[in-house]
Write a protein that binds this ligand. Sequence first.
Ligand SMILES: [Fe+2]
Length: 401
Amino acid sequence: MFDDRSGIEQVTFRPGGSVAGPGKALAVVAGAGVGKASDSGDEEGEHVVIGRLIRRLRISDPPARFQALATNVLRASLGMAAVAWVPIEEPEEVVVSGDVEGIAPSSYRLFLPPALRDSVLVANDPAGVPLATTPASVHRFASTPAGVSGWLVVVNPLDERLIAGPEIERMQYVASLIATQSNNARIYADLKELLFGIIRALTAAIDAKDPYTSGHSERVARIAVRIAEELGMPPQKRSDLYLAGLLHDIGKIGIDDDVLKKSGPLTRDEYRKIQEHVEIGVTILKDLKKLRHILPGVRHHHESLDGSGYPDRLEGDQIPFEARILAVADSFDAMSSNRPYRKRLTPSQIDEILRKGRGVQWDAAIIDALFACRLDLEAIRQKGLGESLVGAVDGALGRPG
Ligand SMILES: [Fe+2]
């Protein structure tokens, strides 16, 4: 069948063989069912290439990183001068591995007229193809679409061979992997944005409830992470701790303003009401599956090593480790901040209180870790929200169910 728009012939693809029709420069291979490579060496090579890419298929990676890897791997395995991934969305950049004289990355987008971008194309003699957009330095090329994501172009086999079935098949696999990763990465980014928004909204709600302690949650999160670093806690657990720090007082949303903002001494009943914030916090967060792992920190950050804390009067190692760290970070920040009923304590007053409570109220090893990074803590309290939340959200999403 002859397409009179561009002098292109549509041919039937011969599995494992040449795809060019007799005397025609450009073949449009109908359908996606391009034949299998007949040579077992090719099949083996294909498995290695695809296997290597699948192992690197991470939805949390930016699509451009996987696209760069995939085009590099494909170019090396097919022996092409250049391989380009062209995303359909204009703002996304064309990713090119290799170099062909006179072709800038953006030129790959113009390589094919829009009407041909949905087809598998092979041009073993582009000189005869009346495509005004094909640069003169291109001797051979092929392109294959990947759904609505984009298309993959290979240019100039290094050994001047004809582009045939096995090459097209490998291109199709790689194109579909790129499309899959891009789509999943987009869904992942949306999910991440959502969780990010929920956490920001919740921390904003705590700050709005009690402007006097505004920023306390964020500071506790940062201090806890710095202490955890000193204790050698692995990055994933530190990310969890960061989120627990941000949300440890979320239950205060459920406490009456009259009690929460009271500047005078609290009655016994009022103190009991305030204590309820740890359980209210768990109630608020428990349905967010991706945040379940931070619940122990939220519930137990007011336990005391000697069993005099709340809500469960846990002792020593019964208190979850992250809750013990949060307890130290929480107290440190509270003592370092002004409150309606008192001014902030001086560093030496704070240190004295921490030393007295070491091994009684607070875990001795955690207090030691705080003193080991004591000089950093003031600067850490001043930092802005940033990478730590991004990393923590990534960590939370990466957890199973
Ligand atoms: Fe608290």
